[in-house]
Design a binder for this molecule. Sequence first.
Ligand code: C2E
Ligand code: MG
Ligand code: MG
Length: 412
Amino acid sequence: MEHTYEVLESDLQMALERNEFRVYYQPKLHLVSGKIIGVESLIRWEHPIQGLLSPDKFIPLAEKTGLIVPIGEWVLRTACIQMKEWQKVGMQSLFLSVNLSVLQLYQPDFVDCVRQIFAETEFSSKYIAFEITESMMMDEEKVLPTLMGLKRLGVQISLDDFGTGFSSLRYLREFPIDRIKIDRSFIRYCTTDLNDTAIVKSIIAMAQQLKLVVIAEGIETRDHLIFLQHHFCNIGQGYLFSKPIPAEELLQCRDQIEQIVIREGIPQAVNYHDFLENEIEKARQDLRDTMRLQQGLIFKIKREDDKFIHTLCDGELLHKLGLIPEQVVGKELKDFIPEKAANEITSYYELAWKGQENVIFEREINDIYYISSLRPIHRGGQVTEVIGSSMNISERKKAEELERQSLLLVNR
Ligand code: C2E
Ligand code: MG
Ligand code: MG
């Protein structure tokens, strides 16, 4: 065991000396315009025998042995040089994200080292974010000064794999965080698992409230993309757009990648707020139509200054009773039916308002018999409104009446 460990450690050392590491780049896309706005650098090891190795095969060992410090420095320098190249070919505002290891943050001279690399490569700190994870922030005293130092250089700090670590919201309050990346484990089932749906929506909403940039990682399907667009997550990365690829390939595939959001996502022509407004209006109209066309009658009441005011009312039965919603909504009973009947019905409203379930009463207006049932709606332990539904029972009443009369005839 010890033997293998030694070999790998020296392997890593040698890999660094022999320049066997590669930096791959995964594009980050603007989910509205579809443009590539940034890249994340992800290390690979071109092993002479094993072939291309992914970071999980060697990063843990690099961290254990401390070699992650020089390896991380190499990644940063390589990526900064590459960014300068891209800037020269017209990708001026491309943004770079570089993953850090906690060990790098523990180095007392890390901020100086980063400053040095920026100076050397002439790369501006305003185009870079360092990705850290929640677990790295546990040793606050060691990490916070470094993060503050990095912030002073002008870089951004991004919280990677958000939601999987020790997601203490305190970090968001006390650490200089600019961006959060929703972990791909939440994205995977965000359209099919209602818990994940809620989590992703909440993270997006929280990030927006905190004025943080929010990025979704692991976008693999069109459904993921559309879901995120609907919920205003504006930046994303994932296999749907591109895997991490070598720099040259990114330049070649750029146009193709930038077609994907346009092809697969919500049409670009509509601005998302308009889209959403439109959807809400459609849903409202649908609800109005359904309410209007259902055979019965649905209404809601609220108590305002000791009056029961109808806040909503519609349905075929209402129209059969010779009323229209405008005569009812915003009004109390006595505004549209005789006072005596109004008082009687109000006593049922009172019962429901006190919290009684299943308050049921029957009435007759203009030869139409109907039955109503009331349900109190509680919020924070209090009844805040009462929902009522009524059904036309005239046919049944007539049948009963006929039956009663024929019985009377028989008995006579
Ligand atoms: P990470 O920073 O969370 O990087 C995202 C990982 O998710 C990458 O794996 C990427 O290839 C993968 N990924 C991206 N989109 C998708 C997708 O749609 N579906 C799936 N299933 N996966 C996707 P990768 O490149 O193997 O990197 C794994 C981890 O290794 C990274 O996670 C990061 O923590 C670490 N790492 C990579 N490069 C470096 C580095 O230069 N320094 C340090 N310290 N860590 C690094
Ligand atoms: Mg990352
Ligand atoms: Mg991640």
